[in-house]
Write a protein that binds this ligand. Structure first.
Ligand code: ZN
Length: 383
């Protein structure tokens, strides 16, 4: 097996450093989503510049494109992305579920796993628990997620129950496959990848409890909050996120999967979540919604508007504005360029705009998680 984990390489100076085990002790950490193997519009050096410490990619999408044999030939996902820091991988359960829910012709979900029928005339793909683990290990992931059977909060009670039953069975199978693979490979054992279980149960507290207790008993390095974190009205599922955190013993890190709105990150970090991943901050950047601190070193109060602004770059009032997006941003976007210039780049659809904007929002997320870490530290001191 080639060296897919890049363990021997020195960490980058800013961001991109540290091993996954050390990330468990600090935090919180926001992981930008490189769903298709790229945080759109940025390179690995841009991510380092933005202070990104860990990136999340999607094993399911990479399995479809470019495919596992290509990735293996290119040295695994980290070498493929040019990323030297820790890498987390989603099993793809959520994405496959979203596609299948959207259109049944894309496949089906049963006790064996997700059967996916890709567009075109390729063979159908079965993503079961063992395959999900094998794929993530072959990618060279540092934090792997068990395959889970995702539901929407509004799915029927029967669906939620079935999902929890399957999620537990698949988590057990994932753990067996993971333990076996590590026992058979000295290199994998040395790399110390971490395996996270994923909690399902929709908005039913008793199902969340059944799922959490079963997963804690199977034993994982950490746990993810699974299912949609936002309800149909756009509200964060705060009660379920809180309950799930309380159901998992505090020594285990928890990941709020798919949570990336600054306000939601603050709420979840205060509930005790350590990891976040979402495409929202980077997608917002590309679409012109930029996150800006309005104070040098803000106390993150309960009101978002007290310490941050959403700046919409398309807004006409920025045309002749020579100020940077934020005077409290240390990135290349704000060191050199004015709001007026960024608006111009956006208007002429130059590729420089999404790159600068993405770095800007990622720097904001890094600073936000740093501030949340300091807040958490200060609170522990007072206890
Ligand atoms: Zn900036």
């Amino acid at each position: 097996m080639s060296s897919v984990l890049n363990r021997g390489e020195p960490p980058a100076e800013e961001g991109g450093g540290g091993d996954p085990v050390s990330l468990l002790g600090a935090g919180p950490h926001f992981m930008p989503d490189a769903t298709y193997g790229v945080v759109r519009a940025t390179g690995a050096d841009d991510l380092e510049r933005a202070g990104v410490q860990i990136v999340m990619t999607n094993a399911f999408h990479l399995m479809l494109r470019p495919g596992m044999s290509t990735l293996r030939a290119l040295g695994g996902a980290k070498a493929f992305l040019g990323w030297k820091g820790p890498l987390a991988t989603d099993s793809g359960g959520f994405q496959a579920y979203s596609l299948i829910r959207e259109n049944r012709k894309y496949g089906r979900i049963d006790d064996r796993g997700l059967t996916f029928l890709p567009a075109g005339n390729r063979d159908k793909l079965l993503l079961g628990p063992e395959k999900a683990i094998q794929n993530q290990l072959r990618l060279g992931s540092d934090i792997l997620f068990c395959l889970d059977d995702c539901t929407h909060p509004d799915d029927s009670a029967g669906e939620q129950e079935k999902s929890v039953r399957r999620t537990i069975a698949w988590a057990r199978a994932c753990k067996v496959a993971f333990t076996k693979a590590l026992a058979q490979s000295k290199q994998l054992k040395q790399a110390k990848p971490l395996l996270f279980g994923v909690l399902q149960g929709g908005r039913d507290p008793s199902l969340r409890r059944i799922c959490a207790e079963a997963l804690v008993e199977i034993g994982f390095d950490g746990f993810g909050y699974g299912g949609w974190p936002i309800d149909d009205q756009g509200n964060l599922m705060r009660d379920m996120l809180q309950l799930s955190r309380e159901l998992v013993p505090p020594q285990f890190a928890m990941h709020a999967l798919g949570v990336g709105h600054p306000g939601s990150v603050v709420t979840c970090a205060r509930l005790g979540y350590k990891f976040f991943d979402s495409a929202l901050p980077t997608r917002d950047a590309r679409r012109g919604r930029l996150y800006c601190f309005t104070r040098e070193s803000p106390e993150l109060g309960s009101e978002l508007k007290d310490w941050m602004d959403f700046l919409y770059i398309q807004d006409e009032r920025h045309i002749k504005d020579s100020r940077p997006l934020s005077e409290f941003c240390t990135g290349p976007c704000c060191a050199r360029y004015s709001r007026g210039y960024l608006q111009h780049l956006n208007r002429i659809e130059d590729v420089l705009y999404p790159r600068l904007a993405t770095i800007h929002n990622l720097l904001f997320m890094r600073r936000l998680t740093e501030l949340l870490g300091l807040e958490d530290e200060a609170q522990h001191k007072h206890q």
